[in-house]
Design a protein around this ligand. Structure first.
Ligand SMILES: [Zn+2]
Length: 288
């Protein structure tokens, strides 16, 4: 397989609600990569989708816009003639949720957490297929062919209705927008609904309750359990240190001065660290 390495830059105008600053991306002949038997990740234009191919049909997580879903459909056709029967929405943001119409035409059922429903039904551009069914509470098991797919909602994190996807038999973890391997999220995406203590709690619960040999992140061409755990460690360091600063009565500026970036090597976007400290500080100091 031909492989070249290129650095890719994107303008903000072409992106949705999340964007890594720079990826050193390995570009291969196909954007579809098998991560374990029957389970694939499809990485295209800075978005990564999880694809589960079974004898009965195909499940995907997030259409990620009309262009990417069309590309995904094309790639799935190279691997199976089975239709996409299940589309799982990770959360309510339209950059991930739009573009599922081509899978609706194949007969797919669309599933989200119930807290996503209102947002998914009210896309002003009408490009989001509303969920056919929703789940409530913390967990829900779906079955496609021979594969179980578990959905977990650990409360508010990035957005209000995040679903973490886990394949218990294959030990595959798929996380959207709350895990960037070896990189800090650009400050512009630390928005009001990027609830940092909730992100911390969600990451810690994943680590404590789920087993994973494979980790796929929604914007990364590659991740791993090691990269995921390192990322959780970074967020834990941030949470614990900011919490101590708030307890000590430090203001936001003093807190930024007091907490250096942790000793992690080869991380991208480290210049964004003060914004991360400030975002965590605001949440913890306001009882969020
Ligand atoms: Zn999002």
């Amino acid at each position: 397989m031909k492989t070249t390495t290129v650095s890719l830059f994107l303008s903000v105008m072409t992106m949705g609600a999340f964007q890594p600053a720079v990826w050193a991306q390995s570009v291969t002949d196909t954007p579809m990569r098998e991560v374990t038997k029957g389970v694939y990740q499809h990485h295209h234009e800075f978005y990564t989708q999880l694809v589960v191919i079974t004898k009965k049909g195909v499940a995907i997580v997030d259409p990620d816009g009309a262009q990417r879903s069309a590309k995904l459909q094309e790639e799935i056709r190279k691997l199976t003639d089975k239709p996409v029967t299940l589309v799982i929405y990770s959360h309510e943001h339209y950059d991930h949720a739009r573009g599922g119409q081509i899978f609706k035409k194949e007969g797919a059922t669309f599933v989200s957490h119930e807290k996503c429903r209102a947002a998914l039904e009210n896309d002003p551009q009408g490009q989001v297929v509303p969920p056919d069914t929703t789940y409530s509470g913390e967990t829900h098991r779906l079955t496609v062919g021979e594969t179980s797919i578990d959905l977990y909602h650990f409360g508010m994190s990035h957005g209000t209705c995040m679903t973490v996807v886990h394949l218990p038999k294959e030990k595959v973890l798929f996380v959207t927008d709350i895990h960037e391997p070896k990189g800090l999220t650009s400050a512009q995406y630390l928005t009001a609904d990027y609830h940092y203590p909730g992100v911390y709690r969600t990451l810690k619960r994943i680590q404590a309750e789920l087993t994973y040999d494979v980790v796929v992140g929604s914007h990364a061409p590659h991740s791993s359990p090691k990269a995921f755990n390192e990322d959780v460690g970074m967020v834990e360091y941030l949470y614990e240190n900011v919490l101590q600063a708030v307890k000590a009565g430090k203001n936001a500026e003093e807190t930024k001065q007091a907490i250096p970036f942790p000793p992690l090597n080869e991380w991208r976007n480290v210049k964004e660290w003060p914004a991360h400290v400030a975002h965590m500080y605001e949440a913890l100091n306001q009882g969020k």
